[in-house]
Structure formats: structure tokens, C-alpha cells
Design a protein around this ligand. Structure first.
Ligand code: ADP
Length: 315
């Protein structure tokens, strides 16, 4: 059986408002269509669709959704097409309390979208992505943001040259600040793209996906943590979620910690599980939780997410 999803994406950093401070604006957007079709085995005809839905998407947009659900003062910074989807996207962010005031609206651009075909028979996901002309966030866009109110800035691993400069700007901003005033940076290394490696040494917290690990030939969470921490910033936290096996993490050279997964009674939608895990882990770390407690919280929230379709039932 097949399930099809369309996912519109455009994202960049997720900005998490500092505790007790009003969040600065940011921007976000995304959308998904979801179609569920019958079993194709032995059938010469194209499978009928069982179900379909539209959903906002994109990694940083999903991170923002989860941070909003958890009650964080979250804001999304990224580009958004000035297309007919814009209203849907902005209204959906608002539902989760995510600030979009600083959205970089790009006129004359089409909204990126993806068609995701999900198989109910074997849980496979086939994603066909289209991004015709929406530009990436520029360093100039980023410099327009007043960083002062933010406690944490999370970057999706893409747009490598610009993101590297944005992280450098945050480090510059941190100079001369006391420990409680620092902005923590994190980056997600998710896709199987060699250029993402350049971002690993830059951030304070590095999330490395199972897909990226497989692309690099790493066969376990332990191997991934050891390889990544060898090139990460000294003392950086490296976090590695691994599907049903849960997640592991380490800080600098310290002994790695692990959390098992928290499977729901029935797994119905794993799309965005990693985004959920990352956001919930950031939320816990930003509130001062220990590393092991933070990844356990990430696994708990991600476990709840895979038991429901989208995020709406968790509101
Ligand atoms: P992605 O969605 O990026 O492929 P993963 O599959 O690594 O991410 O999942 C991220 C986290 O989501 C895992 O660490 C785990 O906590 C949770 N998770 C994913 N799949 C399941 C599952 N089938 N049961 C329970 N938890 C899951």
C-alpha cells in the first residue's frame, strides 16, 4: 500500500527565544500533501489513494513546530515564497505560536514542494522534491536580525558557505558576553551531502543523522559519535538519533550516554521524527537538563510523534 505526501519546504535557522525574553522575529514555511494508496501487489492498475493531506514542512520549520508545542518562544528565520501558499504556511506557524515577523518574503518565487509516497506495506518513503527558484537565506538577511534576545540558534545543515558565516557572526556576537548571555549554536547534519562536513567543527551542538552516518560508512551510533567528535569543536556536544534504537550523545571526550526509544502502541507516521527529536533535545538542553536527560526527552517526544499523523494531535 502506498501513501503519498507533498511537502513544501524552505527553512533555515530556527531561533529559540531566550528564557524570559521576547523573541525576535523570524520566518518559516512549508506544506505537505499526503496520499495513502492501496496495495499494488499483483495489481496492473495504478493504486488508488487511501488518504491525502497537506502539511507544512522542512526541517527547521518542523523544529519550530515542536518548539512551539513545547512552549518555547520559538521563531523561524528563512525565505518564503510570495505565492498563494504563503497564507497557509504563516497561519500554520501561528497555530503553534511560532514567530514569523522576520520572514524574508521572496517575490516572484514558487513555493518549494515535495511529493512523498509512503508504503503502508513496508513503510518506505519516496520523496520527490521540487524547488524551482526560492533562494537561500543570505548572510545579509541574517545580519538584519537582532541576536540579543536569543538563547539558542539552530541551523539546518544546508547553504553551507552562508551558514558557516552566520555561525561565525554568532561567535563574534558572543565575544565579551558572560556565560549566561551566550547564544548556543547547533547544526543538523542530515542529508547525504559531502559538503555538510564543513559545518561540523563550527557549532556548539552537532546533530548527526543515521542517513548521514550511513553515507559516511559509519555502522553504529558509537562509531558515528567517535568519528564526528574527532572533528567537532573542542568540548562540543554531538548527538546521534538512530530510529527505533533511540539516540546516543557525547560531550567532548567524555563517555557517551544513551537513551532507548519510546515506541508508541502503533507507529503511524515517522516523517519528521528526527526534527522532533532534535527540537525536543534542544529544548531540554536550553533549559539546563543533563545530556542524558535531554536525549531521553528527545526520544520521548519523538516516540509520541511517530504514534500520530503530523503534529496536530499533539497540540
Ligand atoms: P529521521 O526521521 O531523521 O530518520 P530517526 O529515524 O533517527 O530520524 O528518528 C529520530 C528519533 O525518533 C529516534 O531517536 C527515536 O527516538 C524516534 N523514533 C524514530 N522511529 C521510531 C519508532 N519506530 N519508534 C519509536 N521511536 C522512534
Amino acid at each position: 500500500q502506498l501513501l503519498t505526501l507533498n511537502v513544501a519546504t524552505f527553512d533555515l535557522p530556527t531561533l529559540l527565544g531566550g528564557a524570559g525574553l521576547l523573541p525576535c522575529g523570524s520566518m518559516h514555511s512549508g506544506r505537505i500533501v499526503y496520499i495513502w494508496a492501496h496495495d499494488t501487489h499483483g495489481s496492473p492498475a495504478p493504486p488508488p489513494c487511501l488518504e491525502q493531506r497537506w502539511q507544512r514542512g522542512g526541517n527547521a520549520a518542523n523544529n519550530s513546530t515542536v518548539l512551539g508545542l513545547l512552549g518555547a518562544k520559538a521563531a523561524f528565520l528563512g525565505t518564503i515564497a510570495d505565492s498563494h501558499e504563503k497564507r497557509f504556511l504563516l497561519e500554520d506557524f501561528a497555530k503553534y505560536g511560532v514567530n514569523t515577523e522576520q520572514a524574508v518574503v521572496c517575490e516572484g518565487c514558487e513555493c518549494p514542494s515535495s511529493c512523498v509516497i509512503l508504503s503502508r506495506a513496508n513503510a518506505s518513503r519516496t520523496i520527490i522534491h521540487s524547488n524551482k527558484n526560492l533562494p537561500e537565506l543570505t548572510v545579509e538577511d541574517f545580519t538584519r536580525v537582532d541576536l540579543t534576545p536569543y538563547q539558542w540558534i539552530h541551523f539546518e545543515g544546508r547553504n553551507v558557505a552562508n551558514v558557516a558565516q552566520m555561525i561565525a557572526l554568532v561567535r563574534e556576537h558572543n565575544k565579551g558576553l558572560t556565560q549566561g548571555e551566550f547564544i548556543t549554536t547547533s547544526v543538523e547534519i542530515e542529508k547525504a551531502k559531502p559538503e555538510l562536513e564543513a559545518l561540523i567543527p563550527l557549532a556548539d551542538v552537532v546533530f548527526v543523522s543515521k542517513d548521514y552516518a550511513a553515507f559516511k560508512g559509519y555502522s553504529s551510533m558509537t562509531e558515528t559519535l567517535d568519528r564526528v567528535r574527532a572533528v567537532a569543536h573542542p568540548g562540543a556536544v554531538v548527538v546521534c538519533p538512530w530510529g527505533e534504537e533511540g539516540a546516543s550523545a557525547c560531550r567532548g571526550r567524555e563517555v557517551a550516554v544513551h537513551s532507548s526509544a519510546f515506541p508508541p502502541t502503533c507507529v503511524v507516521d515517522t516523517l519528521g521524527a528526527g526534527d522532533t527529536f532534535n527540537a525536543a533535545t534542544i529544548f531540554a538542553l536550553a533549559h539546563g537538563s543533563a545530556l542524558v536527560d535531554s536525549i531521553r526527552f528527545g526520544c520521548r517526544v519523538a516516540g509520541a510523534k511517530v504514534g500520530v499523523v503530523g503534529w496536530e494531535p499533539l497540540r
